[in-house]
Structures are given as C-alpha cells and as structure tokens.
Design a protein around this ligand. Structure first.
Ligand code: 5GP
Ligand code: MN
Length: 340
C-alpha cells in the first residue's frame, strides 16, 4: 500500500469507528477470508465491525472463525441496510466495482460513508477515498496482511486472523499453484502458519468435505467436457436439470473448470452453468500464460476478473450461449496458442 493511501487510512482509523466490511456476490474463500481477517484486525484496534455478504456462500467455508456473525444481505436485508446506514466507514474487499454486489449496489451507492477498497482485480472503479488496488497480488487476503504491515500493526496477527487469511490465499491461488503466487505470497503464508494457521487442517476443511452428489456431478461435468484442439480450448456445460438431479448446493461446481484447463495443450477453459432462477448462464473462464480472460469476459460477457481467471454471464439459453461462444473463438485463433 503506498504512503498516501496508508496516510489516509491511518487518519480514518485514528479514533474508534463503526465499520462495515463487504465482500462480493457469490463469495469465495478469498472474499470471506479477507473480510473476516480484516474484521478481527480492526476489532483489535478498538473499532466495531460488521461483515456483510450479498448472498450465501459455500458450506466448505462455514467453519471459519467469525463466520457465524456474518450478515447475509439477501436473507437479513433490513439488518444489513441498518448497519450500512449507521457505518462511518465501509471497506469493500475482493471486488472493485459496485456492480459486483447484486442487490446491495443501490444501498451502497446511496451511502454517505467513506469507502476503502482492498482488491486485486483489474480496472478498479473510483468510489473509495482510499483505494488499495494491486493486480499482481495473489489474493485480497494476502493484501490484508500487507495492509496490517503498512499500518505498523503486524504484531496484531492472531490465530483467528491467520486462519482466515491463509484460507483466502490458499483458495485463490489453487493451493499455491497459479502464477499469481509470488515468493512474497509464500513468505506471508509462512508467517500465517507461524501465527497458528494449520495448513493441513485448513486444506482438509476446505477440500475434503465433498458430498457423494458433488462427486457424481463432477462425473457429469467431465463427461460433458468438449475439447477444441485447434483452438487449444476446452469447455464444460452444466444444465439446470443436471444440477437439480445431484441436489446442487452453492459451491458444488467450484473448481470444475480447472479440470478443463488441466488437459494437455489447453490454454483457455470455460464452464457454462445454467441458472434458471436468475435466467442466466453463469460462466467461469480460466487461461494460461498471456491469454486475458479478463478482456474476453469484459468484451463478450459483461464480466471481468483477472488475466487468468474471470467470470461473466449470458442471458441467452445455454445452447445459444455455447453456439455464440464457438462462433467468437476463431477471432482469437492467433492468441490461443500453446507454447509447450
Ligand atoms: P469464478 O469464475 O471463480 O466465479 O471467478 C473468477 C474471478 O472472476 C474471480 O476473481 C471473480 O471475482 C471474478 N468474477 C466472476 N464473475 C464475475 C463477473 O460477473 N464480473 C466480474 N467483473 N468479475 C467476475
Ligand atoms: Mn480474490
């Protein structure tokens, strides 16, 4: 975090404040971990904090320290609005544009509180009085660690903070595999482990809680895998019926797209998931090397994210979405190359 932003934040936090911390819609491990980690930290400085998520998050995150106090805006809308209205400062974490929080967008746009952004996605919007944005960071959770450091408060690192931040870093880096994982990420992880984050236990809690239905659903997903060798592209489709038949729960399809990317020679992978309730097809994109799925998602699917991981949506039917996708791809033939 640069000196100017650090100074602004120091001034904002100079006396006890009422703080609301918000993560993005469909919160993932990094959104939940970074918000909870920051919340424990700010509490230890004497502030009062409330963590609000736009909607529910997967069960494999529901063991995190502090998780029971999270307000889900979709479920407890009045309580959430009251907290936001009462807040002096609103921290927005792991997103950088207010259209990433669904129904909460209006509420935050109307708020007169001061905003602080901590985020690692591309192209940050300009709504905060203090914007700590760094697209090179592995995760927002790693940034919360650096945030504490910038405020000269690293000694406030507790086990509760460490467990949350470690979980966020681990999930956003695919367990330290993606190219966003830097030497510094590993150094931060080491410090979190020293502070009490038990790596093996956290891995188990997050990854070894599969239901039998989810494993069967993965079987369906792998069966639906389509490979386009000429374009070094692979994609997976999931219909609403396939989800319903396997008692789909939030988070069940998380990580499926990585199987498509793991096929030898593939540099671009996508998963298309039908969502009848929202009348959309939700799409996740992943890539290797220089192919920017952030640009691809922004240009064609009103989405965005990072260079190698992004998301978007389509309001067409699943079949139409796929045929359009296939018709767009050849335009990128020169970029979709595999350097073995
Ligand atoms: P996932 O595919 O795991 O849902 O998301 C991959 C990355 O893209 C995450 O960092 C996520 O925050 C971002 N992302 C997912 N969906 C959207 C979207 O609809 N719009 C934008 N701007 N980012 C998204
Ligand atoms: Mn993240």
């Amino acid at each position: 975090m640069n000196k100017e932003t650090t100074q602004i934040v120091k001034e904002l936090l100079a006396s006890p404040q009422k703080i609301v911390i918000v993560g993005h819609k469909n919160p993932d491990g990094d959104a939940v971990g970074s918000c909870l980690g920051l919340s424990f930290f700010l509490k230890s400085l004497g502030h009062s904090t409330t963590v609000i998520m736009p909607n529910d998050f997967p069960d494999f995150l529901k063991w995190l320290p502090g998780v029971d106090d999270i307000i889900i805006h979709e479920r407890e809308t009045n309580k959430s609005i009251a907290q936001i209205k009462d807040a002096d400062i609103i921290f927005t974490l792991d997103f950088n544009s207010l259209d990433r929080i669904g129904e909460m967008q209006n509420v935050l746009e109307e708020s007169t509180s001061k905003f602080v952004m901590i985020d690692h996605h591309q192209q940050p919007a300009d709504y905060a009085v203090a914007t700590y944005s760094d697209v090179k960071m592995s995760s927002t959770s790693e940034m919360v660690f650096h945030f504490m450091d910038a405020l000269d408060q690293s000694e406030k690192l507790t086990k509760e903070i460490a467990v949350n931040l470690y979980t966020g870093i681990m999930t956003d880096t695919g367990s330290f595999r993606f190219s966003s994982t830097s030497p510094t990420t590993h150094r931060v992880a080491a410090k979190l482990i020293e502070a009490g984050a038990e790596s093996a236990l956290i891995n188990q809690n997050v990854y070894d809680t599969n239901s039998p239905e989810r494993m069967k659903l993965l079987g369906v997903a792998l069966n639906n895998l389509v490979i386009l060798p000429e374009l070094h592209t692979a994609y997976i489709t999931m219909t609403q019926k396939e989800l319903d038949d396997h008692n789909f729960k939030k988070g069940d399809t998380e990580g499926f797209v990585n199987y498509a990317l793991s096929v030898k020679g593939i540099v671009f992978a996508a998963i298309f998931i039908e969502n009848k309730q929202e009348s959309i097809v939700k799409i996740s994109f992943r890539s290797k090397d220089n192919f920017s799925v952030n640009d691809f998602a922004r240009n064609h699917y009103s989405g965005g994210g990072h260079i190698n991981a992004a998301g978007g949506k389509s309001s067409q039917s699943l079949n139409k979405t796929i045929s359009e996708f296939i018709s767009i791809l050849p335009r990128y033939k020169n970029e979709l190359t595999y350097a073995s």
